[in-house]
Design a protein around this ligand. Structure first.
Ligand code: 26V
Length: 822
């Protein structure tokens, strides 16, 4: 019997091939003979998208009919990475599609390379949001991700003469097959102007906001598939467009170019992602972006309420809103405004809905990342919101007075307004007051939040604080990125682990199985060989897959201490120079990561790494035992190649500074061993894998504070550790900079006279620990055993577990399973 499946939904190989060729013809407009790889990629993307649509529309319809309680994840960043491979995994058609492409003479991996990834995020925070969408869909939880459709995402990074050079990211150049514009659901967002009080027909005091600018928000939807479920949720990103009145003005007022200029100005709101990570700048456009996407998203929720016939009073029952850091926190004031000014609700009722709706996740302890907006800037852009914030503050300060009488100091510390100098709105305080739950992203981070940054709030509202340790999706970061390991694991314990990552514990029984261990090791070697080939193609550098792959990939930041890693490299180099026949474990040091364009020290660290690489890689004394490479333009796509190839994962931040880290989890799952401090989620990784399978070094967070309080002097270490002195002197001498003693002076002086991040204090402990790493690597049986136990014991770090924690402790949503109609 011949069964013909639908061209848009069928999953067998023949149907997939037919559908693919059909899309090539009717969407790309090409015969196969003249199609480019990009045409093929697009045809395949549409073929896969077609298969998502039935799930997507049925999901939306089911949620709507049931009026299901919905998680709204508000985030200024979603660092999604390529969609194609991920959707193949989630739909369970990876192997079939690969086969179909092969039969058509195409290489699926080459097509993956063609996808421009949406780099709509900086690093950890944006990637976490993306992992969470994957888990929300996989756990069949009704949810919408709301954010901004930046026309230019995170910049592309080039390296010229060892320095970072930024290039604009034109990710939409060839079109985006994964999104659908929904202009019928556009909304209007007001800015500026003034407010007017009036009395309504019932004699109630009301406020009218008269803006001086109105911008249109147009939603673009992307389907978010769940793993082996029918659920397919939505990522809704807003693009800013000028309202029609600009066209009208242009015709009538005669000032054509003036009107067009204003139109362009409106559209700049969603032009570009701010490339800062952990550093605020107080730019007007940034606040406009935040308010823009928040207002669009809240208006969208009111539209959904209306369509589902749910009363406004039940807003908080229908929606739970998670604030991904303080970036969307203006939502607290905007929801108050909408409920009161647009829907006529009174203050107390509105406030109770608001605080039942919001929950806030904090992602950083760094003081320079805490958002505050100058009152003058805030008031001229959002006059009504400033009034509302003052009113929230009035109620809040009264509450403090009742709980802590006569504590003036506490009032000024906790106030939503910083009045110590120029006046500011403190967004983290607004988030804490406006939310019913506040969470840190790792146990240590939550503890430090309660102890330091949000101490007063923890005393005021102890019941609001919870920890939710971050997680990462095993679909993208194991099943997709590491197919060899996936096959091996599945051959032993079946495939359930991809959904229930704790099942990986079953691998523990193979630690003494030499056959299994040798397969485990062979796979790592093959993957390292692949990465070596890739590096050879890109950089024309030979890296030996037998050497220890020691990798640090993450944003470049002083607190993450890429320069501590560099000091280790110079230490090994010095040992070789002193004794060329020294017996050392061959290593390949790989770095990846972007520096914020305005962060001078971070850029100098990149230059330092490249300068060391130039010398070390060329020096014949080294005899290829050390290789150093800064891999440019680190991205999600590239990260997927990197994690599976690592032997050693560098997680060496100053204790107390890295809120969680998530790269640490991705490396460990893929069987890399961690060298790390007791910081962020490292603490929990160590706890899970066991201290004997983790390379721990350095001061604890508590010791760091104590050291600082006692008056830390980095020179004490410089003058008492001869190896450290030699390293610093060598860099200062111009050895790595063609004799230029000025180039790295800012970096060296900073270490010698300030060393905020205690590199010198941790140097000896780090070097000794690295020596243990080198020795351990020589015992390949022991090393493999340790890596296997890392993979087996990192189930806790699935984002499915994190999302389940949010559901159980914060959101209280129920799964909704989706039936597919014939
Ligand atoms: C701040 C700003 C300031 C304005 C410009 C744009 C921008 C973008 C991001 C941020 C805050 C970044 C905070 C952040 O990325 N934190 C990281 O969050 C990860 C996920 O929870 C966590 O694993 C990392 O440890 C933490 O650094």
């Amino acid at each position: 019997t011949v069964r013909v499946e639908d061209d848009r939904t069928g999953l067998d190989i023949e149907t997939l091939k037919r559908a693919f060729l059909d899309n090539l013809f009717y969407i790309q407009g090409k015969f196969p003979e003249i199609a480019t790889q990009n045409d093929y990629y697009m045809a395949l993307a549409y073929t896969v998208r077609d298969r998502l649509f039935r799930r997507w529309l049925n999901t939306a319809e089911t949620y709507s009919k049931q009026g299901a309680r919905t998680v709204c994840y508000l985030s200024a960043e979603f660092l999604m990475g390529p969609h194609l491979g991920n959707n193949l995994i989630n739909l369970g058609i990876f192997d079939t599609v690969k086969q179909a492409m092969t039969e058509l003479g195409l290489d699926l991996d080459e097509l993956f390379e063609k996808e421009e990834e949406p780099g709509l995020g900086n690093g950890g925070l944006g990637r976490l949001a993306a992992c969470y969408l994957d888990s929300l869909a996989s756990l069949e939880t009704p949810s919408i991700g709301y954010g901004i459709r930046y026309e230019f995402g995170i910049f592309d990074q080039d390296i010229k003469d060892g320095w970072q050079v930024e290039v604009t990211d034109k990710w939409l150049r060839f079109g985006n097959p994964w999104e659908v514009a929904r202009p019928e659901w556009e909304v209007e967002v007001k800015f500026g102007g003034h407010t007017q009080a009036f009395t309504d027909e019932h004699g109630n005091y009301r406020v009218l906001w008269v803006p001086d600018k109105v911008v249109r928000g147009v939603p673009y939807d992307t389907p978010i598939s769940g793993y082996k479920v029918n659920s397919c949720n939505t990522l809704r990103l807003w693009a800013a467009e000028a309202t029609d009145s600009f066209d009208f003005d242009a015709f009538n007022a005669g000032d054509y170019s003036g009107a067009v200029f204003k139109k362009m100005e409106s559209e700049t709101i969603s032009k570009v992602l701010y490339p800062n990570d952990n550093m605020t700048q107080g730019k007007i456009l940034r606040l406009e972006q935040q308010f823009f996407f928040v207002s669009c998203s809240l208006q969208d929720m009111f539209r959904i309420l209306k369509r589902q016939n749910i009363a406004i009073e039940r807003f908080h029952e229908k929606f739970t809103i998670q604030l991904n850091d303080t970036h969307p926190t203006i939502a607290v004031a905007e929801l108050m405004r909408l409920l009161m000014d647009e829907y006529g609700m009174e203050w107390d009722k509105a406030w109770s809905i608001v605080t039942s709706t919001f929950a806030y996740t904090n992602h950083t302890l760094l003081p320079e990342a805490l958002e505050r907006w100058p009152i003058s800037l805030f008031g001229s852009m959002l006059p009504r919101h400033l009034e509302i914030i003052y009113e929230i503050n009035r109620h809040f300060l009264d509450d403090i007075r009742i709980k802590f009488p006569d504590d003036l100091d506490r009032l000024s510390r906790m106030s939503l307004i910083d009045e110590s100098g120029e006046r500011y709105v403190r967004m983290a305080h607004l988030a804490c007051v406006g939310s019913h739950a506040i969470n840190g992203v790792a146990a240590l981070h939550t503890k430090l939040l309660k102890q330091d940054v949000l101490h007063d709030f923890a005393e005021m509202y102890p019941e609001k604080f919870v920890n939710v340790t971050n997680g990462v999706t095993p679909r993208r970061f194991v099943a997709l990125s590491n197919p060899r390991l996936t096959r091996l694991i599945t051959s032993k314990i079946g495939g359930n682990w991809i959904k229930h990552l704790d099942d990986l514990r079953q691998l523990e029984k193979y630690v003494d199985d030499t056959g299994f261990c040798s397969e485990f090791r062979t796979i790592k070697h093959e993957i390292k060989q692949d990465l070596s080939n890739y590096i050879k193609g890109l950089y024309d550098i030979n890296v030996d897959p037998n050497s220890l792959f020691d990798i640090q990939s993450k944003r470049i930041h002083e607190y993450k201490r890429q320069h501590l890693n560099a000091l280790h490299i110079v230490t090994l180099y010095n040992r070789i120079k002193a004794n060329p026949d020294i017996d050392i474990t061959p290593r390949t040091f790989l770095f990846g990561g972007k520096a914020a364009p305005g962060y001078y020290m971070a850029k100098l660290i990149i230059k330092l790494i490249n300068s060391i690489a130039d010398v070390v890689n060329r020096d014949p004394d080294v005899r290829d035992r050390l290789k150093v490479l800064f891999m440019k333009d680190y991205s999600v796509k590239f990260a997927q190649r990197v994690y599976p190839a690592a032997d050693l994962s560098e997680q060496i931040s100053t204790a107390g500074k890295e809120a969680s880290g998530t790269g640490n989890m991705k490396f460990a799952m893929n069987g890399a061993l961690t060298i790390g401090t007791l910081d962020g989620a490292n603490v929990e990784i160590l706890e899970e894998v066991g201290a004997e399978n983790f390379f721990l070094f350095g001061l604890t967070a508590e010791e760091v504070s104590q050291k600082k309080a006692a008056g830390y002097n980095p020179q004490d270490f410089y003058s008492t550790d001869p190896e450290l002195k030699l390293v610093i002197d060598r860099i200062s001498s111009g050895f790595f900079s063609h004799g230029d003693t000025e180039l790295f002076k800012p970096l060296i002086d900073d270490l010698m006279y300030h060393d905020q991040y205690l590199l010198f204090a941790d140097y000896r402990s780090y070097i000794d620990c690295q020596d243990r790493v080198g020795l351990t690597y020589r015992d390949q049986d022991l090393w493999t055993r340790m890596t296997l136990l890392n993979t087996a014991r990192t189930g806790k770090f699935s984002s499915d577990r994190s999302i389940q924690d949010y559901i159980d402790n914060i959101w209280h949503t129920k799964p909704v399973s989706i039936d597919l109609k014939e």
